[in-house]
Design a protein around this ligand. Structure first.
Ligand SMILES: [Fe+2]
Length: 375
């Protein structure tokens, strides 16, 4: 990396459209991502922790290697894929057919449709997740083209053994541009939101924390979240709420004897609030579908799954109100990096099998644990 103290990068905060009030996201202009200087790297790192989602336009030529290197800026000691090796890929709810780029295995290909050749992968078929495979109640067939849901609000993290990645990057390679869809919450509130079809939606977990009552803030700062072992296999038979923010409790989760062997030392107990390493702001950062127990300040444990989920949903739901959601309107060549420890994100939309969409994604399990609420 050239030791230059100058940078041409300028930062342009995203202006939310009328009616929206989210206060994160920025476009970074003037970066040569294949040849970053030290000063560029410093600006990009600060920008991520200040703006949570940073967007570089016109990165059509970005190589998988450069994508990996830029993503690694935030954690140079990080190594393998953020979700780890899947022990039981067939039963996990995460991309059962995740495609890895042969010459840059930290970068995966996601999207939709049949692709004859891409970055050394041949004859692959990609599938954009549809909410009907995960939500308890789906939008009717006839309304499905015009309407969509938040598929699954989440953090990119294995939540077993490995530490949550600091950043995830997404490059939009091929994007079918079509009409907007109406995103319905279908949770009895009447909430809805117009989103570009196939948008990735983000919310700030800092705002989610700030919206809590003082009592809930205290609870959030002092409570720990225990995640289920092998969470994506554990939750595989369960179904989601219609707002994509956590699961419905019907006793469908797998029991320990139905899971791969459990190493108790690998079970993740994480703070409910994660501190921003630059600003010290607190994020209410909980993976709503993977949570299993809450460990309270006095050591008591709430292990009634229904109750755990009700508490988490009550705390998180205000933070996904329509005006707080930043839905990226993807254009080909867009390269976004998001602060995986400061936002929640979700897929939206649906595509027909013949609609081809290609994205490259990169994240790595972190080399350091998340920062707790105490400075
Ligand atoms: Fe994700």
């Amino acid at each position: 990396m050239p030791h230059s103290t100058t940078s041409n990068i300028t930062i342009h905060p995203i202006q939310p459209p009328k009616g929206s009030t989210y206060d994160f996201g920025a476009e970074l202009r003037g970066a040569d991502l294949e040849n970053l200087t030290d000063a560029d790297a410093e600006i990009i790192k600060r920008a991520l922790y200040e703006h949570q989602v940073i967007l570089f336009k016109n990165q059509h030529a970005l190589t998988p290697k450069a994508q990996y290197e830029v993503t690694r800026l935030f954690d140079p000691a990080a190594t393998g894929y953020g979700h780890g090796k899947t022990l039981d890929a067939k039963r996990s709810i995460l991309h059962p057919d995740l495609k890895t780029i042969p010459h840059q295995p930290q970068v995966q290909v996601i999207g939709n449709g049949a692709v004859a050749e891409f970055e050394g992968l041949k004859d692959i078929t990609l599938k954009h997740p549809h909410h009907k495979t995960f939500h308890k109640e789906a939008i009717s067939e006839e309304d499905d083209r015009e309407n969509t849901r938040f598929y699954r609000w989440h953090i990119d993290a294995a939540l077993y053994d490995l530490e949550p990645p600091k950043a995830t990057s997404l490059l939009a390679v091929k994007v079918p541009k079509t009409q907007y869809q109406n995103l319905r919450y279908d949770d009895g509130t009447g909430d809805e939101l117009k989103v570009p079809r196939g948008s990735t939606a983000f919310v700030s977990s800092y705002t989610m924390y700030d919206l809590l009552s003082e009592e809930d803030k205290e609870f959030a700062r002092t409570t720990k979240v225990q995640y289920a072992p092998h969470p994506y296999i554990w939750m595989s038979p369960a179904k989601s709420r219609s707002d994509g923010l956590g699961l419905i409790s019907e006793g469908l989760e797998l029991s320990p004897c139905q899971l791969p062997p459990i190493d108790e030392s690998k079970i993740k107990v994480l703070p409910m609030c994660w501190r921003n390493p630059l600003t010290n702001q607190l994020a209410l950062q909980i993976h709503p579908s993977a949570v299993q127990k809450l460990i309270l300040a006095d050591g008591n444990v709430i292990d009634d799954l229904k109750q755990v989920r009700e508490i988490v949903h009550r705390m998180q739901r205000p933070g996904i109100a329509p005006e707080l959601v930043y839905p990226i309107d993807w254009e080909e060549g867009d390269f976004a990096i998001f602060h995986n420890r400061g936002v929640l994100h979700t897929v939206t939309g649906s595509f027909l099998p013949e609609e081809v969409r290609i994205f490259r994604q990169c994240n790595m399990a972190a080399s350091e644990p998340v920062l707790g609420p105490e400075v």
